[in-house]
Design a protein around this ligand. Structure first.
Ligand code: 4AD
Ligand code: MG
Length: 464
């Protein structure tokens, strides 16, 4: 008998088919009339399928009536029209094979709903809950849309390295990669660690961004994007920071800041439109169970034009807002999540792109404006999450770039290859980075970033 997914079995077109379904039991209910209802889930969709198992089945008393949440089973039979509410189909079982039992005294995912915090302790079992199943299906859809959007537009998918010697963001928040034995560190004549004896002959790290390598390929192939894991050793325990997260970074030769903003807006709109049309059932679940502003946020991103506001104007508006912020605000300070959220949720009620930030709070590679105070940076802010994208036009003038690197204490010799891009055929170019997990948060309403990645890495947490 053909194996089909529960997603397919739930469609009215499947009525009348003989099929094999396989999954995990969510509940069993015995009826007085001599049969049992099993709710079976296989993760292909949020909903379960109802299986009717008659007392006449050979293993009814010995096995079927012992099934509990978490047991795994194969069920064969006919898909029938269902009289039940919220389901077009059900399965009349001709055979139920039990693969694995789950002792109800020990299996943690019983009927009782657990907190998200509790579920993090069971990172190996939480994908079997409704919420995590839905998050992972939406995460998958977003990843697919990312590739579709760029591929359809002629972008080249570039694999940038995970191990690197350069600190793109210049914030010094990097994890070291080394084969030096911590109990036996080689020292040089000055008593410093001798990295020439390390694996790469130099200090090396896990990348914080694929941007610098992206620029190399964009200034040869035009439009590229990298999409992979990135690492930040910042000790921040917040609901929107991870030590390991996924970032997608397009980089485009000949794009200026306005083109970059347009690309970011089109990109976010496309992802959200795909989620709205392909993940309807999961989105409805988030709206009902997780956050009742989810649909509004999705429609806001998909339909409203993004406001483009300079950093300077944003500061003026924040100062005039009369809001009580925890962190004081003044020209020159970085915005905190509370300020970002105020701007996008209350001041504009739509996504906002802030641009032209003070040079002093942004990395060396951003293009300097003529005012000599600001750089061509842009951050995209969305409701509930705040900053979801960070990007800029890149400094394409060799002398200005060298001066900026000096200002920030970077050794130009170590970035000789990056400077070569400005020596040989330099062009205006721009790009940005979207944090995948923040995008999943925006779309699902999940409050904590630890709950939108399969295995969150945060300070003190790397067990699973
Ligand atoms: O603003 P960021 O640091 O920008 C860059 O890394 C640039 N090199 C990107 C580029 O221009 N190619 O990071 C970009 C985005 C942020 O807006 C945020 O969504 C996400 O990456 N992000 C994080 N997500 C989870 N945990 C963290 N610790 C994050 N840090 C940044
Ligand atoms: Mg940023």
């Amino acid at each position: 008998m053909e194996k089909i997914s529960i997603k397919e079995a739930r469609r009215p077109e499947s009525i009348g088919r003989q099929a094999t379904l396989q999954g995990w039991v969510r509940t069993r209910r015995d009826s007085k009339g001599g049969f049992s209802f099993l709710e079976l889930n296989d993760g292909t969709c949020l909903a379960n399928i109802q299986v009717i198992a008659d007392a006449g089945l050979e293993n009814y008393e010995s096995e079927i009536k012992r099934l509990t949440a978490g047991c795994s089973a194969t069920v064969r039979g006919e898909i029938k029209e269902s009289g039940g509410k919220g389901q077009a189909t059900e399965m009349q079982a001709a055979e139920v094979i039990v693969h694995g039992w789950a002792d109800p005294d020990e299996y943690p995912l019983q009927k009782k709903r657990h907190s998200m915090e509790k579920l993090r302790e069971w990172a190996h079992l939480r994908p079997r809950t409704n919420a995590f199943g839905a998050v992972m299906r939406v995460r998958n859809q977003i990843s697919r849309s990312i590739h579709d959007f760029f591929q359809e537009d002629g972008f080249l998918y570039l694999h940038t390295p995970i191990i690197t010697a350069s600190d793109c963001e210049g914030a010094g928040e990097m994890f070291r990669v080394t084969t030096i034995d911590p109990a036996n560190v080689p020292l040089d004549a000055k008593g410093q660690v001798d990295y020439t004896q390390d694996f790469f002959d130099r200090p090396s790290y896990l990348t914080v961004s694929g941007q610098l390598e992206g620029e190399i390929y964009a200034t040869a192939l035009g439009k590229v994007y990298t999409f992979g894991p990135t690492f930040r050793a910042e000790n921040s325990n917040t609901s929107r920071h991870l030590a390991e997260f996924w970032m997608v970074e397009p980089e485009v030769a000949f794009n200026e800041l306005d083109d970059n903003m347009q690309l970011a807006e089109d990109f976010l709109k496309r992802i959200v439109a795909d989620v709205l049309s392909n993940c309807e059932e999961d989105v409805e679940f988030f709206q009902k169970r997780i956050d009742d502003t989810v649909l509004e946020t999705l429609h806001t991103i998909a339909e409203k034009p993004f406001h483009r506001v300079s950093y300077t104007e944003a500061i003026e508006r924040l100062e005039k807002s009369g809001e009580k912020f925890e962190f004081p605000i003044a020209w020159g300070t970085d915005l905190q999540a509370e300020h970002e959220r105020y701007l996008t949720e209350k001041e504009f009620g739509a996504p906002v792109i802030l641009y032209d930030y003070p040079a002093a709070i942004k990395p060396f590679y951003m293009k300097c404006n003529d005012d000599e105070k600001t750089v061509r940076a842009m951050d995209v802010l969305v409701p509930r999450v705040g900053e979801i994208i960070g990007g800029s036009q890149r400094e394409d003038r060799l002398d200005v770039l060298e001066a900026r690197m000096q200002e920030q204490g970077l050794d130009a010799d170590e970035y000789w290859w990056y400077l070569d891009l400005r020596r040989f055929g330099t062009v205006p170019h721009s790009g940005f980075g979207l944090g995948l997990e923040r995008m999943v948060q925006a779309v699902t309403g999940m409050a904590n970033i630890r709950d939108v990645i399969p295995f969150p890495r945060t300070p003190g947490n790397a067990e699973f």
